[in-house]
Design a protein around this ligand. Structure first.
Ligand code: HDD
Length: 741
């Protein structure tokens, strides 16, 4: 009620605080309106806990010695306390001088809570800020004992715990999941001999050959510093300017412009350790090794228009997909394969394997599968695990060693350095997600956030006083490969063997199917069309001429250029290598619905039997099925019951599915034919080359969407045919829906 100014103070107080449960304990009639001492002396009940009998001791019981501090699983009975352990009586109201007076500085409960909140964010990663991760295990299926002493690659059948984080590179932590971008693929193996981090990407090569160029590369792709856009996108002037002046990036650019950078799911990407590593046997002999992760679900990507629309439909598309599949028990799985080769073999390659812009074609050095990784547990807490996990390529174990790849050598410094800033000090390895799961001991002491309480007077080694934390172990300790030093002179140089920037770019382009090649040309035209500076566009097309003249011409035409710009001088002759079909995506797609998702659009009056048949067939084929309806409450089916919906039509467009079916009554079909969300549902599924099943009622929506039925548009009465079509994309439809350069 409106209160006149100057109305009795007590009435005003009661009215203004009426909705606040704790204050609603209005003083009894006749008592002082300001029962200050009383309200503070006896804790006011929290509406959420009233009725529960707090076990005041339970919070205290879990405190005490070191490690239990990490055990903070929910304890509904515990009394709320401050971080110092003082029980809290009131978590709804701060301490005030009078009920309507100022808040007191004395309120340590308030100050501690707000201070902690103010410090909740830590600096996000400068690259790979946005990521999603999961726990799992690596199981060795084939021993590498002949090549390495590393325990994880020796004991067949052993399961090593892992924590794997996938990421985009350019965007901030709050950016979207589906930009065109490289995906990070970082695996921390908690081995019995220490943590081994394989910090890779979903692309086997990199943009630059030397780590000293990394800050420039990253500054060029990040949002432009004066205007702070574009976020999470390479389609802008500074990136392409840098690239145009960095010919060594051309091979990686071919990968970046392929559909590899717009994956359908993190469960369907490959991973690569990129660099050559060394495996060392007991005698210290070395074999070079490249690591590859192969998804059991096969590779799969989206098409560009779909990736763009996914950004609107679901910013968290990949994170949600990983979460949903793991929590549903559909654990994603990858094979770990290695390419092994000797120094002598490496010398015969027509490229330098120490150059991280080069891959070793599988046709040259075949892959051997040695194990599998299964991700079977979503983290309990995003911040504590996914955000605080700190990967570092220098985390390596006995039996594995680095190569002289100059990019790797620089990375060995960068990661520890960045973690010191990001995680606030030198003890981040003690965080549960980063700590080794094997014993660890040394004499490093003190520092910010020291969690351990070492005992004794000796914090050094050697010592004759008392034996404390560990001694070196020449027999089992880490050893570096005794590589003979090469007799060149010291200097800031690039090896001549790194000079060929175009041959493998050509190899990659020419190994693709025509569909994939046209997607690459399309991506180049799209990205360069966002570049405002004509000379940058021209410079890129100039480089493309060395890679493939036809590609250069198609991109030039797509950009509306009158003539082909000149090609820059190549530092080394461009050679033709035999195509490597293993580099395709389409060739590596699996004809399966496993791990995929089918959406069925229904409305009141949809035929229950038809819905059940489609659902049954899709689930039988391994897909997840989601029901979409105009209302989330569901639809009342004809000859059936009310079917609850998993998604409301407006918020569940077809981009989130791999294939769709529409089962509609004639009335619903006619109604939805005038509903933009339903028409877009069909039009997008068609444009994104997906299989579509429709019954008679749904044909009205099909017509409204202007969809020409083709081999991928199937009668809903034939679920088996629909499932077969849904196992792949309808590539032959593409020329009907978009003009590709
Ligand atoms: Fe890096 C993070 C992968 C080159 C410096 N990098 C980071 C992550 C991945 C990669 C997957 C995220 C790890 C996570 O999930 O926390 N980086 C690569 C690959 C590269 C590469 C495959 C080339 C083969 N990186 C590279 C270079 C440098 C860095 C050349 C610097 C000289 N990378 C970093 C970093 C990051 C990082 C700044 C940011 C956050 C972090 O390390 O923890 O140190």
């Amino acid at each position: 009620p409106d209160l006149p100014i100057g109305a009795p103070t007590r009435a005003r107080h009661t009215a203004l605080t009426r909705s606040c449960p704790a204050s609603a304990q209005s003083p009894p009639a006749g008592a002082s309106p300001w029962p200050r001492a009383r309200s503070r002396a006896s804790p006011l009940p929290n509406p959420a806990t009233t009725g529960a009998t707090p076990r005041a001791t339970s919070a205290r019981e879990v405190r005490g010695t070191g490690d239990e501090l990490h055990q903070v699983a929910g304890n509904a009975d515990a009394t709320l306390t401050t971080n110092q352990g003082a029980p809290i009586s009131d978590n709804q109201n701060s301490l005030r001088a009078t009920p309507r007076g100022p808040t007191l500085l004395e309120d340590f409960v308030l100050r501690e809570k707000i201070t902690h909140f103010d410090h909740e964010r830590i600096p996000e990663r400068i690259v790979h800020a946005r990521g999603s991760a999961a726990h799992g295990f690596f199981e060795l299926t084939r021993s590498l004992a002949k090549f390495t002493t590393a325990g994880i690659f020796n004991r067949v059948g052993e399961r090593t715990p892992v924590f794997t984080r996938f990421s985009t590179v350019a965007g901030g932590a709050g950016s979207v999941d589906t930009p065109r971008d490289v995906r990070g693929f970082a695996v921390k193996f908690y081995t019995q001999e220490g943590n081994f981090d394989l910090v890779g990407n979903n692309i086997p090569v990199f943009f630059i050959q030397d780590a000293i160029k990394f800050p420039d590369l990253v500054h060029s792709v990040k949002m432009e510093p004066d205007r702070a856009f574009p976020q999470a996108a390479s389609a802008h002037d500074t990136f392409w300017d840098f690239i145009s002046l960095t010919p060594e990036s051309m091979h990686m650019i071919m990968w970046a412009m392929s559909d590899r950078t717009i994956p359908r799911s993190l469960r369907m990407i490959e991973g690569f350790g990129v660099h050559s590593f060394r495996l060392l046997d007991a005698k210290g002999r070395s074999t070079f090794c490249k690591f590859h992760w192969r998804p059991r679900l096969g590779l799969q990507s989206t098409v560009w228009d779909e990736a763009v629309k996914l950004q609107g439909a679901d910013n968290d598309f990949h994170r949600r997909d990983l979460f949903e599949s793991i929590t549903a028990g559909n654990f994603p799985e990858w094979d770990l394969a290695v390419q092994l080769f000797t120094q002598e073999e490496a010398e015969e390659f027509p490229f330098d394997h120490l150059d991280p812009t080069k891959l070793i074609p599988e046709e040259l050095v075949p892959l051997t599968v040695i194990g599998r990784m299964v991700l079977d547990r979503w983290p309990d807490n995003f911040f504590a695990e996914t955000e605080q996990v700190a990967f570092c390529p220098a985390n390596i174990v006995p039996g594995i060693d680095f190569s002289n790849d100059p990019l790797l050598q620089g990375r060995l410094f960068s990661y520890l350095d960045t973690q010191l800033l990001r995680l606030g000090g030198p003890n981040f390895h003690q965080l549960p997600i980063n700590a080794p799961k094997c014993p660890f001991a040394n004499h490093q002491r003190d520092g910010h956030m020291q969690m351990r309480v070492p005992k004794g007077r000796v914090a050094y080694e050697p010592s004759s006083l008392e034996r404390t934390d560990g001694r070196e172990n020449p027999a089992a300790g880490f050893r570096s490969f005794a590589e003979p030093a090469d007799d060149g002179a010291k200097g800031r140089v690039r090896a001549e063997s790194f000079a060929d920037h175009y041959s493998q770019a050509r190899l990659f382009f020419r190994s693709q199917t025509p569909v994939e090649q046209s997607h690459m040309a399309f991506a180049l035209v799209f990205e360069l069309s966002k570049v405002e500076t004509p000379h940058v566009r021209a410079a890129i097309v100039g480089h493309l001429r060395h890679i493939d003249p036809d590609l250069a011409q198609r991109v030039a035409d797509g950009l509306g250029m009158d003539a082909l710009p000149p090609a820059p001088k190549a530092a080394a002759p461009v050679i033709d290598m035999p195509p490597s079909p293993a580099l395709q995506i389409i060739g590596k797609m699996k004809k399966t619905l496993e791990g995929r998702c089918v959406g069925i659009l229904v409305d009141d009056g949809s035929d229950a039997a038809a819905v059940a048949a489609l659902r049954g067939a899709a689930e039988e084929a391994g897909a997840t099925v989601k029901i979409v309806a105009p209302r989330i409450g569901g639809a009342l089916l004809a000859r059936g019951k009310k079917l609850p919906a998993d998604g409301q039509l407006a918020g569940t467009p077809s981009v989130v599915f791999d294939a769709v079916a529409l089962v509609l009554s004639d009335e619903a079909g006619a109604r939805l034919a005038t509903e933009a969300a339903a028409v877009d549902f069909v039009r997008d599924a068609y444009g994104h080359l997906k299989a579509i099943a429709v019954d008679a009622g749904a044909r009205a929506v099909l017509e409204a969407a202007g969809v020409e039925p083709d081999a991928g548009v199937i009668d809903a009465a034939n679920p088996a045919k629909f499932i077969k079509a849904a196992m792949t994309r309808q590539w032959e439809r593409e020329p009907a829906v978009r003009t590709l350069p």
